[in-house]
Design a protein around this ligand. Sequence first.
Ligand SMILES: [Zn+2]
Length: 103
Amino acid sequence: MQLFVLCHQNNHRFVFAYPARVRADLPDHLELVCPFDQDTDWYYPNEVQASAGNAAVPGAVIGGLIGIVGGPLGMILGGMIGGGLGAKAQQEDQERANAFNAS
Ligand SMILES: [Zn+2]
C-alpha cells in the first residue's frame, strides 16, 4: 500500500512514505514537498489517500528464486507458488488500502 496526496499548487499526485494503516495513525498535519514543483505545504490526514502498491512483483521474484534452486520443475512450481503468493499479497494490500480510505 502506498499513501499519496494531490499537490496543492498544481494537483500533482505524489506518494510519500509513512507507516500509517489508518488516517488516525497520521499526525495532525504533514509537511510534504511536491517532487514535481518543490512546492512545500501542509497536508492533513483527510487529504491523504491510499492505493495498493505493486505487491505481486516480490511474490513472482520469490517464486523465481525457488525455481533456480529446484531446477526446471522447481522453476515451474516456484513460479506458480510465487505467483499465487503475489496475488494474495496484492489482494491483502488492496484490502489495506481500502481500510485506510474508509478510515
Ligand atoms: Zn506539485
